[in-house]
Design a binder for this molecule. Structure first.
Ligand code: 4AD
Ligand code: MG
Length: 460
């Protein structure tokens, strides 16, 4: 018999005529006169299926070994549940114990555990309600992202994980080498696997630009790596980024796309993951529905960097920021959160930052001081998106690279895009984990990725 998933059973409007087979893990077992009740979860949804095992059926005496965490297979009839809270339950005909979970040592006995403790058992935490819901949301969000771009004629492309270049120029690179580290000093770079320095990518953007300048609209969605030694709740060393890149587009078009993107993703997840989402507004963050509605109202505030600094400078007197907001420095998380949570009380898009604090590839504005770029800021999160129009003028780009002392030879292929049929083009990068934090209200990035990688922490 083919197994049925619990989410199918629970949402079924009609009676199942034939017996079904369910396979899952026991959350709790309760015994009463003449019956045992098992709460069974198979990961397909938040809800458990109640299984009723009458004492009179032949269980091969396995019930005594079935407790929290055990895996079982149950064949039975779906019947209307007389109990509260569920429409259907399963009347067991046959039950098989697949794997026991020793109650002395199984760490997920029925009680609430702290996020910190659960991080130490990341290999088991997906079996709790909260983390099960999180990883289902992660999957649904990924699907929503592909759906959004597919509907709009974007092509999903794959950009390299191993690269020779530092796209962002921030020097936060992980080296990739096949040399034996212990004897590294005795070797020269020619001995290394690629015969040159290699790194894990910090962004797929530069290669995505090449495909955008051929296919028109593309996006990449993959893991990126940054050796930022900042132990904050918003930074991971390995995180996923969604990066659309659009040919024949300017800054305004990409700002519109960013706003529409966030709006659509939130709409999708509210529609398709309501019960998983409800767990977070009940148990993690009561103000979550309000914040999600805020995005759906759609009128993100748009202002330039100079305007943002003016507001922050005024506010500094009363807010006493840790970092003084001065023209020419990057916005800090405390500034971003002030703008979204206190000042505008909605999502904010800041554009046209000074060129000196931004990477080489951004389009220089006519003022020759700022570049055509954007940051999308969300309440609770701060920066979720960074992007820009790209410099499409060969001469200006070469000058910029010279100013920054970059080795142009390594970028000949990138410069070719400006030599041959150059077009204005623009794109952005959205941090996928930060999106999940926004959607669930979870406040630490370590809890929205199954196996987080952070400074001095590489478990599992
Ligand atoms: O603003 P960033 O650095 O932009 C880029 O990398 C561009 N090349 C993207 C593009 O235009 N195609 O990073 C983009 C986003 C940030 O806004 C943030 O959400 C996320 O990536 N991010 C991180 N998320 C988690 N941990 C980190 N250490 C992150 N660093 C950036
Ligand atoms: Mg950024």
């Amino acid at each position: 018999m083919k197994r049925t998933r619990i989410n199918q059973v629970l949402k079924s409007e009609e009676h199942y005529k034939d017996p079904i087979l369910i396979k899952g893990w026991v959350r709790t077992k309760r015994e009463s006169k003449g019956f045992s009740f098992l709460e069974l979860n198979d990961g397909s949804c938040l809800e458990n299926l109640q299984v009723v095992v009458e004492d009179k059926i032949d269980t091969d005496d396995v019930l005594k070994d079935i407790g929290t965490g055990a895996s079982v297979e149950v064949t039975g009839d779906v019947v209307e549940s007389p109990g509260k809270g569920q429409k259907w339950e399963l009347q067991a005909k046959q039950i098989r114990l697949v794997g026991i979970a020793d109650p002395e040592t199984y760490p997920l006995q029925k009680k609430r555990h702290s996020d910190e403790f659960l991080r130490t058992i990341s290999h088991l935490r997906a079996r709790t309600n909260k983390y099960g819901a999180l990883y289902r949301l992660r999957a649904e969000l990924s699907f929503a992202i592909h759906d959004f771009f597919h509907e709009r004629n974007f092509f999903y492309i794959h950009t390299p994980i191993i690269t020779g270049l530092d796209c962002e120029g921030a020097g936060e690179l992980f080296r990739v080498s096949s040399l034996d580290m212990e004897n590294y000093n005795q070797k020269s770079i020619e001995d290394d696997f690629f015969g040159k320095k290699a790194y894990l990518t910090v962004s797929g953007q530069l290669t995505a630009e090449t495909l955008a300048c051929a296919l028109g609209n593309v996006y990449t969605f993959g893991p990126t790596f940054r050796a930022e030694d900042s132990n904050t709740p918003r930074h991971a060393a390995e995180f996923w980024m969604v990066e659309p890149e659009v040919a024949f587009a300017d800054l305004e078009e990409i700002i519109d796309l960013a706003e529409e993107f966030i709006f659509s993703i939130v709409t999708h997840i509210k529609k398709h993951s309501a019960s998983d989402l409800a767990l977070f507004s009940s148990f993690v963050d009561k103000s979550l529905p309000e914040r999600l509605d805020m995005v759906q109202n759609r009128n993100f505030e748009r202002l330039d960097y100079e305007g943002a600094i003016e507001i922050l400078d005024q506010a500094d007197k009363s807010e006493k920021f840790q970092y003084q907001p001065v023209y020419g420095t990057d916005l800090q998380t405390e500034h971003e959160r002030f703008l979204t949570e206190k000042y505008f009380q909605k999502p904010v898009i800041v554009y046209n930052f000074p060129k000196d604090i931004k990477p080489f590839y951004m389009k220089v504005n006519p003022d020759n001081q700022t570049v055509g770029c954007l940051d999308v800021l969300l309440p609770h999160i701060g920066e979720i998106i960074g992007g820009s129009q790209r410099e499409d003028n060969l001469q200006v780009l070469e000058n910029r690279m010279d100013e920054l002392g970059m080795n142009k030879q390594e970028y000949e292929w990138y410069l070719d895009l400006r030599r041959f049929g150059t077009v204005p083009h623009a794109g952005f990068g959205l941090g996928f984990e930060r999106l999940l934090m926004f959607i669930t209200g979870v406040s630490n990035i370590r809890d929205v990725i199954p196996f987080p990688r952070t400074p001095k922490k590489l478990d599992f």
